[in-house]
Design a protein. Structure first.
Length: 267
């Protein structure tokens, strides 16, 4: 097994320029003490907010950053992740949202757990739904009151309805998919690159992570959940929708998703 001293972090993005400007330096500060070699890959799914200009500047000044443009290709979060993982130069990879909801400190905790487990047949998942974790609007896990959560969300660019729906969907998926992971839609992962490529990243924006984690579980991988508090978006607008009807429409396919995934095979 390759030594656990190098990490490639994949950031799939679409119009996250302002968030990237803050997140990339934070990742560098947090992860540099944990690894001998760090790589940050930004995979841009055809942003129109000047992300390419920001990245051109950052790449010139930091040889640990790689910028991959998917301009002209069909927008796809799973394909963006696949492109980043395939391009990664290190044997261990991580991916996370770049909107500020997943902090650099939290990724440090996930990778530290992965280092401690030291097993390539392990997938470490950042989890909002295990003890110590929390959802958007929570300031301190287990201590922020419900009305404070709602107020924090209303003061942000995130949706109260989206948080409630996400909780319900994750509970449903957990019950239907062997209770293998409480946060199946996490999107916050650390694993061996070879394992990710072997399991595959398939599906759509909302369901690829559910498929990946469940297929890993079914193939005998250890799923280790590490708590983190999912923060409110720093800048920009959410990609998950804002109206209640739009959120419900997005959630309906999850009802049949467990049955579809059970028929799927690992590549």
């Amino acid at each position: 097994m390759p030594a656990l001293n190098a990490l490639s972090v994949v950031l799939p993005v679409l119009n996250e320029r302002d968030n990237l400007a803050e997140l990339i330096p934070e990742l560098t500060d947090v992860l540099t003490p944990l690894v001998n070699s760090l790589e940050i890959l930004v995979v841009d799914d055809s942003s129109t907010d000047g992300t390419d200009e920001l990245m051109a500047t950052l790449v010139r000044h930091n040889d640990r950053i790689t910028y991959i443009s998917r301009r002209g290709q069909e927008k796809s979060l799973p394909q963006s992740l696949s492109d980043g993982v395939q391009a990664a130069k290190h044997p261990h990879v991580a991916w996370m949202d770049a909107d500020g909801s997943m902090s650099a400190d939290s990724l440090g905790s996930l990778f530290a757990a992965f280092q401690e487990l030291g097993d390539e047949r392990t997938v470490v998942v950042g989890s909002r739904f295990v003890s110590g974790g929390g959802f958007k609007g929570v300031e301190i896990a287990g201590e922020t009151r419900s009305w404070e959560v709602i107020k924090n969300l209303r003061d942000s660019n995130d949706s109260v309805s989206a948080v409630i729906l996400s909780r319900l969907l994750n509970r449903y998926l957990w019950l239907m998919l062997d209770r293998c992971c409480r946060d199946l839609a996490s999107g916050f992962i650390v694993a061996a690159k070879s394992d990710v490529l072997g399991i595959g990243l398939r599906g759509t924006y909302g369901d690829y992570c559910v498929r990946f984690i469940y297929l890993a579980h079914r193939a005998g991988y250890r799923i280790a959940e590490v708590p983190y508090v999912c923060l409110v978006r720093r800048h920009g607008e959410s990609k998950t929708g804002t109206t209640l009807w739009g959120l419900i429409r997005r959630g309906i396919p999850y009802v049949s998703l467990p049955f579809k995934i059970r028929r799927q095979q690992v590549e």
